[in-house]
Design a protein around this ligand. Structure first.
Ligand code: EPU
Length: 441
């Protein structure tokens, strides 16, 4: 356990520059898409994070040859896709949720797929019912066993008319990755339209897919008999960029996030400005966004997370840390995941005043009201944060703990830091580059 601890000496503003690379939540899906191609694919600017390693390993287990080029380039050769050993898949998949997205591509390539029991961050129940229902509509047969899911498509996959009960990112990706090579037309209603989804559609279009994005969350996909490989530069990681922006704000710092792009972050930028943060967009080809605390007091706000174009749920946790420093009462209603405030317990231990509520404190329609989920938070600030021993609960909550430890007075010990490597490349090196005082015990 001791090699998984970082000691954080707080109280120093973060200053300097870091760079974000391709978005974790697109890169991993584009890697899966490479399985659908009959020729080589190249993905550029891929971050060195654990989620990428897991998907790479799963591709390799299925016969895809993966090699590396310069500057984070990954090259996929899918000419020998083969069935993988169930035990090996189970060991390799670890706690990732990406394996569920292998279903469509493997069914098209091999007629069968095995999906291990899924993990992922513990931020809610995280079921896969939408995925399995969609696969069944395409004609797949799902057999649930104690070791995982065996899925087969004995008569091939056919296009379907589908409506998601909620615009799930993963289920929309599932439908896209399955429909592009299914026979006939697929119509998906109530689809997610996050920028990472639109970028995945761009990847698939490069491969030869025909996908129309209509108004009101409707996607129409014309299946094609075969797809080729792609060359793609992913959209930048807007979730990581927002995390560093909040770290700059909460520590009274000034951080230039090279690679951050305004268009993917406009909802976040509005909130950042409303609470008193300053930013400047640099549109030059190698540009980014500078985020800083302009002095004076931060202001409290009422926020609700939502599917795109609403306020992204992964922006919520770092924003909450910044809001502990804002004057007045802030209200945050989380409508995407039912249990995404677990990380606030540690903030309270550090001196923040945060009260959680089961009620919907906001007007966005939400599935969690009256269901005993503590999914609204009231934050009263500003609070002087003090150091504490912290245990990383999940990826975004964990980063937020770091922000709090950096903003706090005194020395904190943060346990379980390897979880952060799932989604933040060179996390410790970036902190050091920004002048954070951190060390291994
Ligand atoms: N849901 C169901 N049934 C399903 C699928 C989803 O009820 O079959 C529910 C979930 O329980 C949740 C809601 O639908 O309440 C939204 O989940 P979604 O499927 O959109 O999430 P996801 O695809 O599992 C991705 C990101 C998350 C991000 C969400 C929301 C990846 C690998 N993960 O998850 O990112 O929060 O979309 O935008 O793309 C992260 O990066 O740390 C992270 C958690």
């Amino acid at each position: 356990m001791t090699d998984d601890v970082l000691v954080v000496h707080g109280g120093t503003p973060l200053h300097g520059e870091i760079r974000v690379r391709g978005a974790k939540n697109l890169v991993s899906k584009a890697m899966v898409a490479a399985l659908l191609g009959e020729s080589e694919s190249r993905l550029y600017d891929v971050p060195r994070i654990r989620d990428v390693e897991v998907v790479r390993g799963l591709l390799e287990l299925h016969g895809v040859r993966v090699s590396e080029g310069p500057d984070g380039e990954l090259i996929f050769d899918p000419s020998n896709v083969e069935e993988a050993n169930v035990d090996e898949i189970n060991v390799h998949a670890g706690s990732s949720r990406i394996p569920i997205l292998f279903c469509g591509p493997l069914l098209h390539r091999l007629g069968r797929a095995f999906i291990p029991n899924l993990g992922g961050c513990r931020i809610g129940d995280r079921p896969i019912d939408f995925h399995l229902n969609a696969l069944r509509e395409f004609g797949a047969v799902v057999d649930k066993t104690p070791e995982g899911l065996h899925i087969a498509a004995p008569r091939g996959l056919r296009g379907a008319k589908l409506t998601l009960p909620y615009p799930s990112v993963g289920a929309t990706e599932q439908v896209l990755l399955t429909a592009v090579r299914a026979e006939g037309t697929t119509e998906l209603r109530n689809a997610a339209v996050e920028p990472e989804i639109i970028d995945l559609i761009c990847v698939l279009q490069k491969m030869g897919a025909i996908i129309n994005v209509h108004t009101d969350r409707v996607l129409r996909i014309e299946g094609v008999p075969s797809l080729s490989g792609y060359r793609h530069r992913p959209l930048p990681d807007r979730l990581e960029a927002a995390s560093w922006a909040c770290a700059a704000l909460a520590t009274h710092g000034d951080v230039y996030v090279r690679g951050a792009r305004q268009v993917d972050m406009s909802t976040f930028l509005n909130v950042f400005r409303t609470i008193g943060g300053a930013f400047e967009v640099d549109d030059s080809p190698e540009g980014g966004i500078r985020f800083w605390h302009p002095g004076g007091e931060l202001r409290a706000v009422a926020l609700e997370t939502d599917v795109h174009p609403g306020l992204m749920t992964d922006w919520q946790q770092p924003l909450v840390v910044a809001l502990t420093q804002a004057r007045g009462l802030s209200i945050v209603h989380e409508t995407v995941y039912e249990q995404r405030f677990g990380f606030t317990e540690a903030l309270v231990k550090m001196g923040a005043t945060i009260q959680l509520y089961r009620e919907c404190l906001g007007s966005t329609p939400c599935r969690f009201g009256q269901r005993n989920f503590l999914h609204s938070a009231v934050i009263s600030g500003p609070s002087k944060l003090h150091a504490a021993d912290l245990e990383i609960p999940d990826l975004r909550g964990g980063f937020s703990h770091f922000i709090a430890a950096l903003a706090a007075e005194g020395t904190s010990r943060v346990y379980g830091v390897s979880l952060i490597n799932r989604g933040y490349e060179d996390f410790e090196a970036k902190l050091t580059a920004l002048g954070a005082h951190i060390e291994r015990p």
